[in-house]
Write a protein that binds this ligand. Sequence first.
Ligand SMILES: [Fe+2]
Length: 435
Amino acid sequence: MDKTVSETNLSGRALGHVRTLHDVRPPAPRSDSSSSLLRLPTDILPHRMVNVPRPPRPERILVADDEPWITEVIVDQLLLEGFQSDATNDSTEVMDLLSGKHYDLVILDIHMPAPNGLTLLREIQARDPFMPVLMLTAFSDAETATQAMHDGASDYVVKPHHGAQLAMRIVRALERGQLLRERAEAQALLERRVDEQTRQLRDQARQLTQMLDRMTVTYQATVKALEATLDVRDQSAPGHCQRVAKLAVQLARKMGAKGDDLLALEHGARLHDIGKLGIPDGILMKPGPLTEAEWRSMQKHPEIGRQIVAHIDFLASALPVIQHHHEHYDGSGYPDGLQGSEIPLLARIFSVVDAFDAQTHTRPYNTVLTAQKALDNIRASAGTVFDPQVVDVFGALLEEQALLEEQALLEGQAMVEEQATPDQNGNGTSDSLPR
Ligand SMILES: [Fe+2]
């Protein structure tokens, strides 16, 4: 033990020799007026009159006061109260002592040669925010003690003090420190759990996203496979499904459709004629007009398409387009003769685009029209075949996209029919309509 640090514990000191205030040499006079209150005669300091020690406690306390006689008194008081303690009269040693051994509480005199108690308090707080620190202060220095409390001290004790009073403050500070430490640990544990759960949720979200991506790829591959199957079966309109899917989505978006509706329309557009897989080659690929019997057979393809796709869950939302893309606004279409708003909106949108593409690209049963002529035909059928509102938006869309001009340039060499020829079914513009 060095000369400035005294260590006491119940095993190292015979209880019969516990030092009392009367054993301590009275303090020598000091020149600075600020410490005048410390120059109290020892016989007026309160002390434990009956030296009956408390049961030993596990906590260890570090005492720092530049007055040796005060640290000796406090060490004795702590010993009587059951605390183990070390003491130093050199404030420069405090942080090293804290680094070298575990302490549960520090008692600091406020007025010591540098570093003083307030400086040490800040250093201790920076090192361990939950270390309880009791400040020793003179009777007349309540303002400084208050400042110490503001800076994080657990409590302060005014010298001279009674051992029991000191013990009570120590116990209270220890309990408060323990409470704050436990609260901080619980908070840290909670934050770690939240971080862990957040990480797990992110992992799960990432896995779900990856699964969804794989499912989307699978869905797209399924649609492409079905589409390719139809392309192999019916080579009369190459690229038709991709074109109408793109243009139908643009039209639907312009009409305010979003998200799942756009996806349903895209799938429906790409697979709208999937039912033609069930139509005989002689009818499907016939270059000229169909007989009435052939036409009735051809008109079954929306229902056949519905039956093909009905068992594919992710294509359920595309069924209205597949089943109703040949309905007419006035109820004259097929297969169900729906009219007006009875026809699903996506089917009404699609039928306009389907008719436009059929008229502006080569089919076995028609001649190619310019985009303007095709649009004129569609406008002429607004209210009978097509939803007038959809036709209006479609016209605006074409104008916006300058498709009319582009189509005119691209199809400048195409044969232009000034008027559509009525078909055998009495539909005035049926040659301009897809089968
Ligand atoms: Fe069709």
